[in-house]
Design a protein. Structure first.
Length: 310
């Protein structure tokens, strides 16, 4: 049913495994782990532009939060009128709230697709989408310090034994991955929350959502980690590290753009008008005592000597 997701995901994973398998042992857990990590990097690179649109859209929504509340207070009883006014304001200001959800919505089917593909790596399976029997056997045999990438910590001991591992080995690798994924999720959320305006952060609903993203969402890695294959935990960790780095790059870029706009002179009828920024930068540009802006003072009197009359 979702083959249009499973095949592309497996194809990207296959490609990167071939790349790293050429350098390393194809059956090595490092080759497969790197293939999963670069699967994340490939997908997130494709979503870079939508992510930039997401950040800009969220910033505009924060800037126009007071106007949105005014519309809600004014047309709260008339949902159709409120919806029409909201759409009008969004069209005038050039932002779409749905674009802010696009990168996250795209990642959900990718996560499901990867989970499904990884579950297809079973001992003795003849194929797994574009992976042949040899590839399946290679992944099943792949391990990191004795922990199999396709297994979960919560699996029964007899199931783990068929893969050549046990719960202790799975926990020695899986628990640090779970903790690292939770920490990365927390700091990614914190970096995003710090970008909110004071007005947006003061909103009770926003405050509740901030607490959830900072503390509840990271706990999913701890609570759900034992039920996820190690390869999924690697995906989760790599995805959050990419997001954190991408946020820093995009936010710096937006800050530079805003700083450049703030320092630019305002032009009125092709005449540069001095702004507060340029006035502060050039103390000599301040009005001298007694001067009236826009009026040319007669300084010819300054040349008269004391006692002389004109």
């Amino acid at each position: 049913m979702l083959d249009f997701i499973y095949y592309p995901v497996s194809a990207i994973l296959w490609f990167w495994h071939k790349v790293f398998g050429f350098v390393l042992d194809p059956a090595s857990g490092y080759a497969w782990a790197l293939a999963v990590i670069f699967l994340v990097f490939t997908l997130r690179a494709l979503l870079f532009k939508p992510f930039v649109h997401q950040v800009r859209s969220m910033k505009k929504m924060q800037e126009f939060a007071p106007q949105i509340r005014e519309l809600q207070a004014k047309y709260g009883d008339d949902r159709q009128k409120l919806a029409a006014e909201m759409q009008k304001m969004q069209a005038e200001q050039g932002f779409n709230p749905l674009s802010g959800c696009l990168p996250m919505l795209v990642q959900i089917p990718v996560f499901i697709g990867l989970f499904h593909v990884l579950n297809g790596f079973k001992p003795g399976a003849p194929s797994n989408y574009i992976f042949n029997a040899d590839d399946v056997a290679s992944f099943v045999a792949a391990d990191l310090f004795g922990a199999k990438l396709s297994n979960t910590i919560s699996q029964a001991p007899e199931v783990l034994a068929t893969f050549g591992t046990d719960r202790v080995e799975m926990m020695l690798v899986g628990v640090p991955l779970m903790i690292a994924a939770a920490i990365a999720t927390h700091f990614t959320a914190r970096h995003s929350v710090q970008r909110q305006t004071a007005d947006a952060a003061a909103n009770p609903q926003t405050a509740i959502m901030n607490r959830m993203t900072l503390w509840i969402f990271p706990m999913f890695a701890i609570i759900g980690g034992p039920f996820l294959p190690l390869a999924i935990l690697i995906y989760w960790l790599a995805n959050n590290f990419w997001t954190l780095g991408q946020q820093r790059v995009v936010y710096r870029r937006i800050d530079r753009e805003e700083a450049a706009l703030a320092g630019a002179p305002v032009v009125v009828e092709s005449t540069a008008v001095e702004t507060d920024t340029t006035r502060a930068a050039d103390p000599a540009a301040k009005d001298q005592p007694g001067e009236i802006p826009g009026v040319i003072e007669d300084r010819s009197r300054d040349a008269d000597k004391p006692g002389e009359s004109r």
